[in-house]
Design a protein around this ligand. Structure first.
Ligand code: ADP
Ligand code: MG
Length: 234
């Protein structure tokens, strides 16, 4: 479902007279249905960069990034049109970044509902159904009901992280990109989140994950990749 072939990524730092920062060279990886690939390696090795290239936030300098969520669709992210990338995200790819980025003043519940439907009309059954599902996942993730109507800006790190997980996992998608999704969570909530990921894998999702916590990593990983080897000159 996910295949990277001979991918290079460098950044040009314009504020430093165009200095080139070579981050990844000759990266190959593949992840199939029901698999979880864990990216290992110290900070600065380009792990988050890999997820951002697959999600289409960063453009690779070389190579192919092939995404095939089903038998009828195969997209190369390095050449895809923005519209194709947006469609792929909307229907097939979830990306849980380490931090929650949301529009200010929108309540936690509305943030989750909006990832299911944009149709803001309390009389439609689509909206009501989305609202029920959203309440379900917020309860499952232990977000106190007293917080549902509040914007998450003032929530604790762990609460924000769980809102982030709720909004990205509520719609079942075949590809999950996870960037330290449990970093701010206590043991109980980590376990709950871990169960959600395992359930997604059971249903056939392909996952690429970065985890600071080795216990979580070893429960989820069906294979692992040491990112040190894709550093230039190493
Ligand atoms: N948008 C960017 N512009 C310039 N440099 C970047 C950018 N994103 C990442 N980098 C650099 O790429 C390297 C790898 O970063 P990252 O992928 O975040 O590493 P990791 O997730 O393994 O800690 C770092 O040196 C980082 O500073
Ligand atoms: Mg990172």
């Amino acid at each position: 479902m996910i295949e990277l072939i001979d991918v290079d990524k460098s950044f040009t730092i314009h504020s430093q007279n165009g200095v080139m920062l070579n981050v990844l060279q000759g990266l190959n990886l593949s992840v199939d249905k029901g698999e979880c690939l864990v990216l290992d390696g110290p900070s600065g090795m380009g792990k988050s960069t890999v997820l951002k290239m697959i999600y289409g936030n960063y453009l690779a300098n070389k190579g192919q990034i092939l995404i095939s969520p089903n038998a009828n669709l195969k997209v190369d992210l390095t050449t895809a049109l923005p519209r194709t990338i947006l469609d792929l995200r909307e229907k097939h790819m979830a990306y849980v970044s380490q931090f929650l980025r949301v529009v200010p003043r929108v309540s936690a519940l509305d943030i989750v509902i909006e990832s299911l439907t944009k149709e803001k009309n309390t009389t439609t059954s689509v909206w009501q159904d989305a609202q029920e599902q959203s309440k379900d996942i917020l309860s499952k993730l232990n977000i106190p009901m007293s917080l549902w109507s509040l914007p998450p800006a003032t929530f604790s790190g762990g609460e924000q992280q769980r809102i982030n997980i709720a909004r990205n996992l509520i719609k079942e998608k075949p590809i999950l990109l996870l960037d330290e999704p449990t970093a701010s969570l206590d043991k109980t909530n980590s376990r709950i989140v871990l169960e959600l990921f395992l359930k997604a894998m059971d249903k056939g999702a392909a996952i690429i994950g970065i985890f600071h916590d080795q216990e979580t990593a070893s429960v989820l990983a069906t294979k692992r990749l040491d990112m040190n080897q894709f550093r230039k000159n190493s």
